[in-house]
Design a protein around this ligand. Structure first.
Ligand code: NAD
Ligand code: LMR
Length: 338
């Protein structure tokens, strides 16, 4: 095609129109921030997902190149690229699922909250577009600080009159992925056989792995509990330090984002019994948002599960997590309300 951004719309292509519309089955997915460190491998993996019929790649830079590159993969999804604010509405219209990894990442010495000033505005603009163009889409929000960006998104949607708490999901899957990996290492198991619920939020002490609820059932010494909890809470910082100024987790994050997005798409298709951890509107604690296990269905997070029995170590961790979470949530709400 003369304009690779537009994907399959050259007049020489037979049935171009039909394919560009995504055919009969499959879901339409947009990635916002698609040219970034997470966005590119995420686009690659979503292009490989058989549940995706149309894949829209939106960014403020470099989408023509990423789109041309990804569009040569011989998998089913039709790929189209969108560049800059003036193409945001076209990128969003008709989408079933929006995945948002747009925004700046940490450098060594920074907290996720240090990203607030730049990323809050980016998330606000993108969510205003979603409210206007695809208010019924499921939103997977990755941009940090997740503990504040999810409340920002909720306030934007409330203002627009489109807020459906079930459809707004902060992505905490990377915490679960790390927890499964680190616990499996300690136990000498295959990580695929390990499942660790991680609740609370997505920053430092707000990341609360529930090691007393690990499957398969097992017990940990106090030293193992301390080591694992700290390593899971500091997993992001471990990568930021190793990358030494070149960004934060991108590859494991793209893997985690696809794991979560695929669960959302299977739920949209009508599959039963899909349960993942996510940061959502919640009545599990006194806070308005909290990460816990949720059952995904056609409407999004259709059921938010209680935390279950906690041991003393986890109860103390929960109190610390709630204190920090409360301030981060309030900061996000105030950003839109004031
Ligand atoms: P990156 O800088 O490599 O990529 C970000 C992309 O966002 C860039 O391509 C940039 O052009 C784009 N962007 C900036 N402003 C935009 C806008 N207004 N609209 C659309 N796109 C825009 O960063 P990255 O490593 O991909 O990380 C992205 C975000 O994800 C960061 O905030 C990071 O902290 C966060 N993150 C979250 C998790 C999690 O577990 N939730 C894990 C890793 C990273
Ligand atoms: C992570 O957990 O890897 C991300 O939130 C990125 C970061 O800043 O640590």
């Amino acid at each position: 095609p003369s304009n690779p951004q537009m994907g399959l719309e050259h007049p020489i292509l037979r049935q171009a129109d039909c394919r560009a519309k995504g055919g009969a089955s499959g879901f339409k997915v947009a990635i916002l921030g698609a040219a970034g460190g997470i966005g590119q491998p995420l686009a690659l993996l979503m292009k490989m997902n058989p549940l995706v019929s149309v894949l829209h790649l939106y960014d403020v830079v470099n989408t023509p190149g990423v789109t041309a590159d990804i569009s040569h993969m011989d998998t089913g999804a039709v790929v189209r690229g969108f560049l800059g604010q003036q193409q945001l509405e076209s990128a969003l219209t008709g989408m079933d699922l929006i995945i948002i990894p747009a925004g700046v990442p940490r450098k060594p010495g920074m907290t996720r909250d240090d990203l607030f000033n730049i990323n809050a505005g980016i998330v606000k603009t993108l969510c205003e577009g979603i409210a206007k163009c695809c208010p019924n889409a499921i939103v997977n929000l990755i941009s940090n600080p997740v503990n504040s960006t999810v409340p920002i998104a909720a306030e934007v949607f409330k203002k627009a009159g489109t807020y459906d708490p079930k459809k707004l999901l902060g992505v905490t899957t990377l915490d679960v992925v790390r927890a499964n990996t680190f616990v499996a290492e300690v136990l000498g198991l295959d990580p695929r056989d390990v499942s660790v619920p991680v609740v609370g939020g997505h920053a430092g002490v707000t990341i609360l792995p529930l090691l007393s609820q690990v499957k398969p059932p097992c017990s940990f010494t106090p030293e193992e509990t301390e080591y694992l909890t700290k390593r899971i809470q500091d997993g992001g910082t471990e990568v930021v330090q190793a990358k030494a100024g070149a960004g934060s987790a991108t590859l494991s994050m793209a893997y985690a984002a696809v794991k979560f997005a695929d669960a959302c798409l299977r739920a949209l298709r009508g599959d039963a019994g899909i349960v993942e951890c996510a940061f959502v509107a919640s009545e599990v604690t006194e806070l308005p948002f909290f990460a816990s296990r949720v059952r995904l269905g056609r409407q999004g997070a259709e059921e938010v599960y209680q935390l279950g029995p906690l041991n003393e170590y986890e109860r103390l961790g929960l109190e610390k997590a709630k204190k920090e979470l409360e301030a981060s949530i309030q900061k996000g709400i105030s950003f839109i309300k004031k």
